[in-house]
Design a protein. Structure first.
Length: 224
């Protein structure tokens, strides 16, 4: 088992701006949640570039794994809950260790998509839900969207921000959004805002989307 420590820098754009650095513990074994995936690098950079929006917000990260986006949110002053599948004890333990390493006080808990444990009902309302590379196994998409839809209904003004590899076009995501009463309010090429030094180390067609509850759908379902 090979454990490595990777450092991720986020550079401020003015003299008065302080740059930040996040250290992550990775483990090169066959466990998806112990590796920093490119989608996570892109989502973390987006959080950093929109840090004023994240400061003082309540954030929940789904399928957080090594948790880079959530850690950046915590560094800029958000109240952060990091989650991964309840069965992934090693991943959840790594998340706690990474928080300690970065001197960040995040809440870490098991949250399995499509499962309704008591803990999901105890969550505080969230302003922003994050998910990096959580749309990679199409057999889990419905469970993920069911959880996202539930969380957005508990916090109707919240937004789900996710980055994913756009392997077969945006159609499947669009279909699922309609099915679960959601709509896309922003879509970006993940490389369009990534600093060149980070972009050159990554490849693929990665999109970032912001998804909210479709209030028209809510009104229609209440009428019927
Ligand atoms: C491709 S990894 C992405 C990890 C991290 N977000 C990143 O981008 O570096 C997918 C993550 O989703 C988690 N995951 C997979 N299925 C899940 C489920 N049903 N419920 C909750 N988490 C799940 C995995 O444990 C893993 O951490």
């Amino acid at each position: 088992m090979t454990t490595t420590i990777s450092q991720h820098d986020f550079v401020g754009d003015g003299d008065s701006e302080t740059s930040i650095s996040v250290t992550v513990i990775e483990n090169m074994k066959e466990e998806y949640g112990l590796f920093v995936w490119p989608c996570s690098v892109i989502l973390a950079e987006y959080v950093w570039q929109h840090r004023s929006r994240f400061r003082d917000s309540t954030i929940l990260e789904l399928g957080a794994g090594t948790s880079l986006p959530g850690l950046v949110a915590a560094k800029v002053g958000a109240n952060v809950t990091l989650t991964d599948a309840s069965s992934k004890a090693e991943v959840l333990e790594n998340m706690r260790n990474v928080c300690e390493l970065n001197k960040l006080c995040c809440n870490v808990m098991g949250l399995t998509w499509g499962m309704w444990d008591a803990s999901i009902f105890d969550l505080r309302p969230n302003n922003i839900i994050l998910g990096a590379d959580v749309l990679y196994d199409s057999s889990a998409f419905d469970d993920l969207f069911a959880t996202v839809s539930f969380l957005l209904q508990s916090s109707p003004d919240a937004v789900f921000i996710t980055t994913y590899h756009n392997r077969s076009g945006h159609h499947l995501i669009e279909f699922l959004m309609v099915k679960w009463g959601l709509k896309c309010v922003k879509i970006l090429d993940g490389f369009s805002f990534l600093p060149p030094r980070k972009a050159s180390a990554l490849s693929g067609n990665i999109q970032l989307v912001e998804i909210v509850l479709n209030s028209a759908y809510e009104t229609r379902s209440q009428e019927t």
